[in-house]
Design a protein. Structure first.
Lengths: 303, 109
């Protein structure tokens, strides 16, 4: 097979690449090595046509026509010390996915420059319907970079929670397989569920007692999972766009100018404005279900 | 529609139904479940087809309804929740929820 885009401008490199036969297995190993060298802990490939579980409009080909593969990278975990901080706000400003996104942009460029295939990063934000452009967690799951958890985030069996980014490409890389067994539930959680009918994440954030999560473990897999995403937003996006809209709405309805001033200068609104200016990507502002997760615990345990 | 927001009457009429059909309420959402058990929620397009509405109308109603579901108090409660959960963990570590099971799993390895 020959590299595409022979007629595209780009000088000698494109012309040369067009004539070189690409060994896609070697190319995949090379990309994995590059990502590892640049700081990713895991990488894998999902076939672009394997996203049946995603609604139309949110599949790889909806972002890049003729997409063949989705190259997924993961890493940039919070440090072990971050999890130990008694100040919940610590994680809000230290834990973002932008490092993986930056790396993904470089990989996309490598794919286009070295192999002459189209490559785009899945944008990290949300579209006009407040939905992710494509489910990166589904991509990570399909690529075997981790598996979706009862709490929600994708977990790697060794490292636990981490951030992921995905590159969609027309390059036909061989697809990896989802993990079997999955990382969640961990053996400890299976045992805990058998004894107490709960798991660490369900215990800390139970949907039936003002939290976000519910579910059962059956035959070693979680099932009947319940997730209140609106409540989760009040926690994960506490000092972010949703909180901003709430306070602004309340302020606009307040006729008393003195009270308006108190609302706009309140600690909550001020903190929200700071958070929104700290970062150009969304910050995960609640990590309590992950803090108590035993998957990857050994990597989070230091002296 | 014709503008960037829907009129409040239309919103009130459809908000509960749209929220219920959407991804906002997830029960058995996960991909690993068998097809007969899996309920992934509907996309805006699918909800629009189901209810005979324009997809833009569904999208706007869902976005507002997701925000409307909990009052500002819930954001205050979130701060209290995180403060307590984080402090409990910093003092008691995994024993805050499951130390016994972590030890048992270590022995089993």
């Amino acid at each position: 097979m020959y590299a595409r885009l022979p007629d595209r401008p780009g000088g000698a490199q494109t012309a040369m690449t067009a004539q070189i036969e690409i060994d896609f297995e070697s190319a995949k190993s090379e990309l994995a090595a590059i990502t590892g060298k640049r700081g990713a802990l895991v990488s894998g490939v999902a076939a672009a046509d394997a996203f049946d579980a995603a609604p139309e409009g949110y599949r790889p080909v909806d972002i890049l026509p003729h997409a063949k593969s989705v190259f997924v990278i993961g890493g940039a975990q919070p440090r072990a010390g971050d999890w130990q901080s008694p100040n919940y706000q610590h994680m809000e400003v230290t834990s973002t996915s932008d490092r993986m996104q930056t790396l993904a942009l470089r990989i996309a460029r490598d794919i286009e420059d070295r192999f002459s295939y189209y490559a785009v990063c899945v944008p990290p934000g949300v579209d006009h319907g407040q939905q992710p452009f494509m489910s990166i967690s589904l991509a990570a799951d399909l690529a075997g970079c981790g598996s979706k958890s009862l709490a929600g985030p994708v977990l790697h069996p060794e490292y636990g929670f981490m951030y992921y980014a995905a590159i969609i490409t027309t390059m036909p890389l061989s697809a990896d397989k989802p993990l079997d067994p999955p990382a969640c539930p961990a053996p400890e959680c299976v045992q805990m569920y058998a004894d107490e009918e709960t798991t660490p994440c369900l215990k800390v954030c139970p949907v039936k007692a003002g939290g976000c999560l519910g579910g059962r473990i059956e035959d070693g897999r979680f099932t009947e999972r319940q997730y209140d995403s609106a409540r989760c937003a009040t926690r994960v996006q506490n000092y972010w766009v949703p909180g901003f809209q709430k306070v602004l709405s309340a302020t606009l309805q307040e006729p008393d100018a003195d009270k308006q001033k108190m609302m706009l200068s309140s600690s909550m609104f001020s903190r929200t404005l700071w958070s929104m200016t700290y970062s150009n990507v969304s910050q995960g502002q609640c990590a309590e279900c992950m803090r108590v997760c035993p998957v990857g615990r050994e990597h989070r345990t230091k002296k | 529609m014709g503008f960037y927001f829907v009129d409040p009457k239309t919103y009130k009429k459809h908000k509960d139904e749209i929220l219920e059909l959407s991804h906002a309420v997830q029960v058995n959402f996960q991909e690993h479940l068998p097809a007969e058990k899996r309920h992934p929620g509907f996309s805006d397009q699918q909800i629009a087809e189901k209810l005979g509405l324009e997809v833009q109308v569904v999208r706007e109603i869902r976005c507002v309804a997701e925000r409307d579901k909990y009052p500002l108090d819930e954001f205050e409660e979130a701060i209290r929740f995180k403060e307590k959960a984080c402090r409990d963990y910093s003092v008691r570590g995994m024993s805050a929820v499951m130390e016994k099971y972590v030890k048992e799993a270590k022995k089993g390895k």
